[in-house]
Design a protein around this ligand. Sequence first.
Ligand code: PLP
Length: 401
Amino acid sequence: MKSSRRSFLKAGLALPALGAAPVVAQTAAVKDSSFDPWVEIHPGNLRHNVRAISRRVGSRPILAVIKNNGYGMGVANAARLLEPAAEIYGFAVVKLHEAVTLRDAGVRKPILLMGPFDEKSLEEAVRRDITPMVYTPIGDLLDRLSAKFRRAIPIHVCVDTGLGRVGVPHLEAAALIRDLTGRRSARIAGAMMTFAEDPEFDREQLKRFEALCGGLEKEGVSLGRKHAASSFGLFQHPGAFLDMARPGMAIYGIYSEKEFRHAGVMDLRPALSLKARVIYTKKLRRGESAGYNRAYVAKDDVWVATLPVGHADGWPRQAAKGARVRIGGKLYPVIASVSASHTIVEIGAAAEAQIGDVVTLFDWREGSRPEDVAAACGGSVYDLTMHLNPLLPKKFALTHT
Ligand SMILES: Cc1ncc(COP(=O)(O)O)c(C=O)c1O
């Protein structure tokens, strides 16, 4: 279970809202060279995933994690598409600039900033109605800002129940929370923790969190919405859905662990694809090579196609170790080596692809899903999606898939 999770490796205009995605077969292209790689977004699949998650969590609200370039989709694209869905409570990001981008894009729902901030950044966050995740004794700072803005500042308190990353240690959390709740400057709108994703230890973490929250609530402390379940929790910890779910990867329709894919718990459909067009084809004769260091030598005469996509775009170097890409209805192996801007694929003894053909590096179909590519690379779907170059053009597929 643990091998895959983290082990390797301009928004278009007039976005269709999730609540009302058109069914016409059409792709709204952005202005761009037709050969450059692009990310295609499938709003219909996004909507499907939100509904599937909502059913799974018994209609609890969903705090959609759209950090790190919206998992490849673009943070503003993800928010604009998700915001109209009633199931979506709000959004979580890690960088202040992403939160500000969302407000600039007109996003109105709550935004939780799960990343760090200094005093100036916190002031900016409060001004933009962005909720900070708090785990240090910043009561005095909150007092100052509250006086300046003349209102209580909503916060979510992050408790470290064992992940050891950020969060007030669970045994010290009651004191911090009592201090914050005793001030008029702060309003605790949420309390949160993150699992280590070790099924046995997770149970202990949940116990610690529940003990803390239960104790405080008995004292009359209001903790707002309690939340813990990321995508892993959706599959593994139905007892930890609490007041709100906090998934990222599942929203984009990708199984975060390969064991989840065929578990029958949720039907997820990838909501983003990576595509490019063939820029060149040629026949290699037996013994001829391709790629730096002659990484590939043709055993027989074979046709190869060159794609204008490489690791600078976020397409992993490891793809040359067994990933396959889709051209037409068929999958073709990536060969040689993936360089910064190029990938080479075998296209058969006779040329089965032409210059200009659309190539799908990953999409929602069996065999070319992100999970398939990540497995072929010996890596993680997180690396595949979050490493996509944010500057890749985005197109919106308006068909139901
Ligand atoms: C604190 C926190 N919550 C939720 C998530 C969402 O995780 P996932 O994409 O696995 O659902 C993340 C992402 O890693 C996170 O850091």
